[in-house]
Design a protein around this ligand. Structure first.
Ligand code: GDP
Length: 457
């Protein structure tokens, strides 16, 4: 365990609340706390065993009582940071927690930097880097699925998954090394089938992990979604239906939605970052053409397009133009106004889209079918956030590097290269996975990870 200075910070939000907690961590945590805290019973925190609490009060340097406080002691190594930790819980006023922290710092602790408690937990081997990152995501999670994913990662599901792949590759690498180093010994020859099989399995598992990254990100950040369609198809009405309230101007005249309006809505648990755009229509109107240009621009970068068609009208050239511009973009066709007599030939739509939802945006009838199509397109049915998902760009890059190296190893085998060449690739993959869980990473990377944390965590 590293011998570091004892740190302290307010660990509860900087807002009024029922209780506020000042957390102190380090080898002097108890001595520091005993300087500001006096228990009712007269017992000192230094006399406590781990997981014990004392009730008492905190006094300022000149002897004035600041607040009633419960002191909790967690003994090293069985604490969050792995060091001795004391938590002082006071009443949650901003002033009181701030004053309490000042007293603790005056008693000898130094202010904790952003994420420093979690950083110490990582350095003391209490968690790996993916777990530390998920602590931060758990704090920031707003949706249930994102929180479940972060919880799973924080409890080590992701680490174990990565660990299994790494272990399997280490096995292959050890076998290859033993066979290459001691050819005259009784090391059984490496079976090419076994090697290929092991590598294919690693390839599959890493590919799965990487595929989950995109879905996980959709849950965390929302999908950039564009509602497109010709004027009057019902885009604004659909947007309002999804938002559950009036957000953009709806009128009976074609071409009145001029600017791009953004809004985040939850559809079947997935946050969609929606942009309602003016219809995709060539126009002379200078005001509207800004909207149209913006719509076309946005289609290019959309992660999901809801293409709205008016089922009470025949298919127009604009509708066809929209269909053409959606090639290769994940899109759900929304056949709208199903409450009106149908004039639209929906076979054309079906031929152009794998996902088609029928609904009436004005009444909300059929919204379920849209939810179903959206979750299918994202393959949400097969996504279980509790299964362990990669969740940061850093993690994705390392997993990608590992996958690339495994593929190169397979390629080397296929080309009949020497086992030395294969070994180099396998070792590359292992090193990428080590870096993924935070073994053998540079201080710079560790700094980057913890920079984004808040103080007190
Ligand atoms: P936008 O130009 O694509 O944004 O279309 P709007 O949302 O402004 O809708 C155009 C017109 O169609 C409005 O009068 C809406 O009330 C109407 N409308 C939209 N959805 C429906 C629907 O499902 N059924 C019916 N009957 N009318 C609808």
């Amino acid at each position: 365990m590293e011998n570091q200075r004892t740190i302290a910070a307010v660990s509860t939000p900087q807002a009024p609340g029922g209780i506020g907690i000042v957390r102190i961590s380090g080898s002097d945590a108890r001595q520091v706390a005993d300087l500001v805290f006096r228990s009712k019973s007269g017992k000192r925190i230094a006399e406590l065993k781990g997981y014990r609490a004392l009730f008492g009060a905190v006094y300022t340097g000149n002897g004035e009582k600041l607040d009633d406080v419960v002191a909790l002691f967690f003994a090293s190594p069985r604490s969050y940071t792995g060091e001795d930790v004391v938590e002082l819980s006071c009443h949650g006023g901003l002033y009181v927690t701030k004053r309490l922290l000042q007293e603790v710092l005056a008693a000898g602790a130094v202010p904790a930097g952003p994420g420093e408690f979690t950083r110490r937990a990582f350095l003391n081997g209490k968690m790996d880097l993916t777990q530390a990152e998920s602590v931060m995501q758990l704090i920031g999670a707003s949706g249930e699925q994102a929180a479940r994913a972060a919880e799973a990662a924080s409890s080590g599901v992701l680490s174990r998954k990565i660990g299994r792949v790494r272990q399997a590759l280490l096995g292959l690498s050890a076998h290859l090394a033993a066979w290459a180093d001691f050819p005259e010994e009784e090391v059984p020859e490496v079976e090419e089938g076994e090697l290929t099989g092991g590598l294919h399995k690693a390839e599959e598992e890493l590919s799965d992990l990487l595929a989950g990254f995109d879905t996980g990100r959709a849950y965390r950040e929302g999908l950039k979604t564009v509602i497109a369609g010709r004027p009057n198809a019902g885009k604004s009405t659909l947007m309002n239906l999804l938002s559950g309230c009036e957000r953009s101007i709806v009128t009976e005249y074609a071409g009145t939605t001029r600017d791009v309006v953004e809004d985040t809505v939850l559809l079947g648990g997935v946050p969609l970052r929606l942009a309602d755009t003016a219809g995709i229509r060539e126009t002379e109107d200078p005001v509207e053409s800004i909207g149209v240009a913006a719509a076309k621009e946005r289609l290019k970068t959309a992660q999901l397009v809801l293409a709205v068609f008016d089922s009470s009208q025949e298919l127009s050239s604009e509708d066809r133009e929209l269909m053409d511009s959606l090639k290769g973009i994940p899109a759900v066709a929304v056949v709208n106004k199903t409450d009106l007599p149908a004039k639209l030939e929906d076979s054309v739509i079906r031929n152009n889209f794998r996902h088609v939802a029928y609904l009436s945006a004005s009444s909300g009838e059929g919204l379920e079918s849209l939810k179903k199509e959206v979750s299918e397109i994202l393959d949400i049915e097969h996504f279980d956030p509790a299964d362990g998902v990669l969740s940061t760009e850093r993690q994705r890059q390392d997993a990608n590097r590992a996958l690339k190296a495994v593929k190169e190893a397979l390629e080397a085998l296929k080309l009949g290269l020497t086992y030395d060449a294969v070994t180099v690739c396998v070792e590359d993959a292992i090193s990428a996975l080590s870096s993924l869980i935070g073994e053998r990473v540079s201080d710079e990377i560790i700094d980057q990870v913890f920079e984004e944390f808040c103080v007190g965590k």
